[in-house]
Write a protein that binds this ligand. Structure first.
Ligand SMILES: C[S@@+](CC[C@H](N)C(=O)[O-])C[C@H]1O[C@@H](n2cnc3c(N)ncnc32)[C@H](O)[C@@H]1O
Length: 431
């Protein structure tokens, strides 16, 4: 198995290939690493780079230099799978590393072609690249460190390089959760004690504790990863334990009834059913309908009584399950008081609006960590009519950004917006 690299700076690789597990993998003949100086393929009085066509751009590596280098390497070491590096490439992650470690084992020769300056002439990647890799959404001065990152990541997946294969399988990003916390001696260090369970010798309890710790860290700090990898019931159940309790509040009061005026709106049975079904799908504890109007409450109560008692249960148990979580209250404060009582903590309020609103901290749908690290229940507040009035918005801790597509129209019904918001905030989205 061989990895060859074509670079302008071969010296960068010297300590890398002569140190630690990489050196050991080379010494044990598991892999050979050869590093070739791109300058050795530049003819006398010729340049390795030339200016990019067009105004104001930098220098690019000349395509014929890369061509000669690739041809020479393949004559020496055989056909290769060629990897280029660019911030515009496919983002390297554990899954991709796994696939590429299989490629290395099958093809026996991977060639790495890191660039410098402004990068490669676009035609070179088109002609040669089997894969273009990015190691993240930032720009480095060259692709040599990305090439070494790739080698570190891929080599540890090759049997024999690390030794203990379990330690490779069980690590962060190999499944739905990141790694669990680990401890070594001394038992007490700077006043912090190694958790009792870790020293208990009870393997089953320790396994469960580790899984829960891994799930907790993952849900709070890597929710994007969890939601794209929690594919089975067990993963979902474990993750759900660490998502703070969420509530949905639909305001029929304190909403704008024209551009400025605050007022009330009517309830619709569609909103009761559809938002209750979405709320149940995304694990919401309760869906509060908020109206101070007694006639509206009476109408809603009639519907809820049907679905929350025997006739409704028998008629359609699934619908009953969704509507069982609906609560009818007359004010925002009443809903908040009920949540605080159940949760022994006041909820964080996440307002929603079809428009941008200044003065309230804005959340994106990747900001779960900001909210969840507060360890408080969460109430997502939805408006009816023309949206939440300032008297509600100004009480919100955060405002979730408007739901938008690539058009300038975003007048969604509240039940459609609720479904999209819940999915973006809490939904599974397998990769
Ligand atoms: C200065 S960068 C060129 C950046 C390029 N003009 C752009 O904006 O996408 C020079 C070279 O460094 C390497 N490089 C820089 N950042 C990288 C990253 N995040 N992942 C992979 N390679 C990177 C690539 O080989 C790239 O061609």
């Amino acid at each position: 198995m061989r990895i060859s690299a074509l670079t302008l700076f071969p010296a960068l690789y010297d300590p890398f290939v002569s140190t630690s597990l990489v050196a050991r993998a080379i010494d044990s003949d598991i892999v050979s690493i050869s590093v070739e100086d791109l300058f050795s393929f530049v003819g006398p009085k010729k340049r390795i780079d030339s200016p990019s066509f067009g105004h104001g751009s930098g220098m690019l590596l000349r395509p014929e230099v890369i061509e000669q280098a690739i041809t020479a390497q393949e004559q020496k070491y055989g056909l290769s799978y060629k990897i280029f590096f660019s911030p515009q490439g496919k983002k390297l992650d554990q899954e991709l590393l796994s696939k590429l470690s299989l490629v290395l084992q099958e093809k026996k020769h991977i060639m790495l072609i890191p660039a410098r300056y402004e990068g490669m002439d676009a035609r070179v990647e088109k002609e040669y690249a089997d894969c273009v890799l990015s190691i993240g959404d930032y720009v480095l001065m060259g692709g040599d460190l990305p090439a070494m990152v790739f080698m570190e990541g891929v080599l540890r997946l090759i049997p024999g390089v690390i030794g203990k294969e379990d330690s490779v399988r069980e690590e962060s990003f190999s499944e739905a959760f990141v790694d669990y916390p680990e401890y070594t001696a001394p038992v007490v260090w700077r006043g912090h004690e190694v958790p009792e369970i870790v020293r208990s010798g009870n393997h089953e309890a320790l396994r469960d504790w580790r899984k829960n710790e891994a799930a907790k860290t993952s849900v709070i700090h890597h929710f994007g990863w969890v939601r794209s990898h929690a594919s089975d019931r067990e993963d979902k159940r474990r993750a759900a334990q660490f998502i703070p309790p969420h509530y949905v509040l639909l305001m029929h009061d304190q909403v704008l009834v024209d551009t400025e005026r605050e007022g009330t709106s009517s309830l619709t049975s569609l909103d009761i059913h559809d938002i209750a079904r979405s709320a149940t799908t995304y694990g919401i504890q309760n869906y509060f309908r908020i109206t101070p109007l007694l006639d509206q409450q009476r109408i809603a109560q009639k519907l809820l009584t049907f679905w929350q008692t025997e006739v409704g249960i028998e008629y359609n148990p699934q619908r009953h399950k969704a509507l069982a979580s609906v609560k009818l209250v007359s004010s925002l404060d009443e809903a908040l008081a009920q949540i605080s009582q159940v949760e022994s903590s006041e909820p964080l309020l996440l307002g929603t609006s079809a428009k941008e609103s200044s003065g309230i901290p804005r959340l994106t749908y990747s900001d779960q960590e900001k909210v969840w690290s507060c360890s408080r229940p969460v109430a997502i507040v939805l408006g009816t009519a023309r949206g939440l009035a300032p008297s509600v918005l100004n009480r919100c801790d955060y405002l979730l950004g408007p739901i938008e597509g690539f058009s300038d129209y975003n007048h969604l019904s509240v039940r459609s917006a609720a479904a999209v918001i819940l999915d973006r905030w809490l939904g599974i989205n397998l990769k």
